[in-house]
Ligand binder design. Structure first.
Ligand code: DHB
Ligand code: MG
Length: 219
């Protein structure tokens, strides 16, 4: 398909199944105004994450990479009473934008933003109740580190979702010299070989172009 054809389908599906929501629209607008990169998940992917939380009945969700809180809002809205999203963000400017967006969406109480690099913040979560679902969407170079923490902070049955595993096809380009692509590939190889996971991946064609999600369960 041409980008034109899949964009039309993306707009159709988004209109048909996602619709419009003021808090999400304002979250994206604020992110743009603050100069954050336009790399939040597409609306259909936001709803996918929301449904994954609902379908798994997750009460404790861990997100690595908050950006402006767009996906955090989607997942927080799917939580049962008493549920929580812990979201890790290394960039204080992003965390500040996210805090405003989460409050405006009415989920500020349900989302805890932990500022700092994953390698510093994630060890602090040891000893808390295990997470039921983990969404990894931060610096791709660290995907293996984040997957290791997902397994350690999860339990048998924890669902792990990794964003951006296709990167416009670069993941399958052996000549790629991108550190991000190499990070993505190391993560996928870990999902395949590490006995703590069973995994697959889905390509996506949406408002964010050609990319994909890895889906895994902690064994
Ligand atoms: C990038 C990061 C993302 O999480 C994403 O969804 C798209 C692009 C990036 O760093 O380029
Ligand atoms: Mg992403």
């Amino acid at each position: 398909p041409t980008p034109d054809a899949w964009s039309r389908v993306d707009r159709y599906l988004t209109g048909a199944l996602v619709g419009d929501d003021a808090a999400l629209r304002e979250a994206v607008a604020d992110q743009r105004a603050a100069g954050l990169p336009a790399i939040e998940v597409a609306p259909l992917t936001g709803k996918f994450l929301h449904l994954m939380v609902r379908m798994t009945g997750a009460r404790r969700v861990l997100e690595i990479g908050t950006l402006g809180g767009y996906s955090s809002i989607w997942m927080a809205r799917a939580l049962p009473e008493g549920g929580t999203v812990v979201t890790v963000e290394a960039e204080p400017r992003n965390a500040a934008v996210a805090r405003t967006n989460l409050a405006r969406a009415g989920v500020g109480e349900r989302v805890s933003i932990r500022e700092g690099r994953g390698s510093e913040v994630l060890p602090e979560l040891v000893g808390e109740e295990p997470f039921d679902l983990v969404f990894i969407d931060a610096d791709k170079e660290s995907n293996t580190v984040y997957l290791d923490w997902a397994a350690r902070l999860g339990r048998a049955g924890t669902v792990v979702i990794v964003d951006n595993v296709v990167r416009a096809g670069e993941v399958a380009n052996p000549a790629s010299e991108s550190l991000q692509v190499h990070g993505v590939r190391r993560g996928l190889e870990m999902l395949a070989r590490d006995p703590r996971f069973d995994a697959t991946a889905l390509q996506t064609l949406d408002a964010k172009g050609w990319d994909g999600l890895a889906l895994a369960v902690v064994v």
